[in-house]
Ligand binder design. Sequence first.
Ligand code: PEP
Ligand code: MG
Length: 363
Amino acid sequence: EPTLSGDFAKLMGWADQYRRLKVRTNADSPADSKRARDFGAEGIGLCRTEHMFFEGDRITHMRAMILAETEKDRRAALKKLLPFQRKDFEGIFKAMNGLPVTVRLLDPPLHEFLPHEDKAQKEMAQELGVKPSEVKQRTESLHESNPMLGHRGCRLSVTYPEILEMQVRAIVEAAIRCANKNIDAQPEIMIPLVGTAAELRVLRERVEAVIEEVVAQKKFEGKLNILIGTMIEIPRAALTADEVAEYADFFSFGTNDLTQMTFGYSRDDVNTFLPDYLDNDLLNVDPFQSLDTTGVGQLVEMGVTKGRSVKKKLKVGICGEHGGDPSSIDFCNQVGLDYVSCSPFRVPIARLAAAQAALNAEK
Ligand code: PEP
Ligand code: MG
């Protein structure tokens, strides 16, 4: 396991004396969490829960959930997923003992989970007790023209509140188990792809209701103090950040989606025309790698200013790829973010870049 030691650790220690930005990590497993913590991560800024459903039996239950035609069937599949989720969260909270962990509610482009191949359709037919043609037909009925702009993020929770309920229950039950073992879990529940304050208002109420219900059922008497916040990754959310902030304890900029939607470049096209297109003289950087400070950056700055006009101390971070890119980190420091979040192996670079950014700001 790589960790920081010797002169490198010393250098990092010096950098830490200067930086103002906190550095968190994007991680969705206890192993990644631990690795990032060893590199100096001060919490998790993005735990992408959809990544937890690809392996073993989970993908089957997940597919059954998505292909379900009734709420009852959906709930049955979710019930099977709950123990897995709870265990995942418990492991991550433990690895991050005493540090914040931002768990993002499910945000998959649905097509990634659908059984497209014959073999997978046959398996699902058996699981669901229907004919393969029925699975094929249900899969086709879920086809979306633009999955990245489709039924994902908070839109899923609006349509199927039971998904949100299962995930929040898993988070709260895991946090209670930790508390009972003297582990300091600090979950922050993050709602993705919010475009209107109303979406966040409705979902926040649901999240709060589930937290209360689980605490009562478990007769838990301690304090959990779970924050509820949102991603700012749709331009409209940045433009109306003052309204959105009313219902948010924190913002995290999802600059991958914000870049996609501000430029109108599909993230699904990163393997088609885009690489060549971006590698020309029209743009001097790839905006998916390095934050486009002139355009996308304006939305980030606006989001921070508008959000803090309503809540002066609103906690604000970034969890898109840009959170690990030095020039983007400099911009994040300039606009007053509280933290950046990046992949585990970028944490040391982010610590250095955050220190450099603080020094640049003094000039
Ligand atoms: C983002 O959009 O910047 C983000 C962090 O979320 P994802 O990449 O998972 O859409
Ligand atoms: Mg996103």
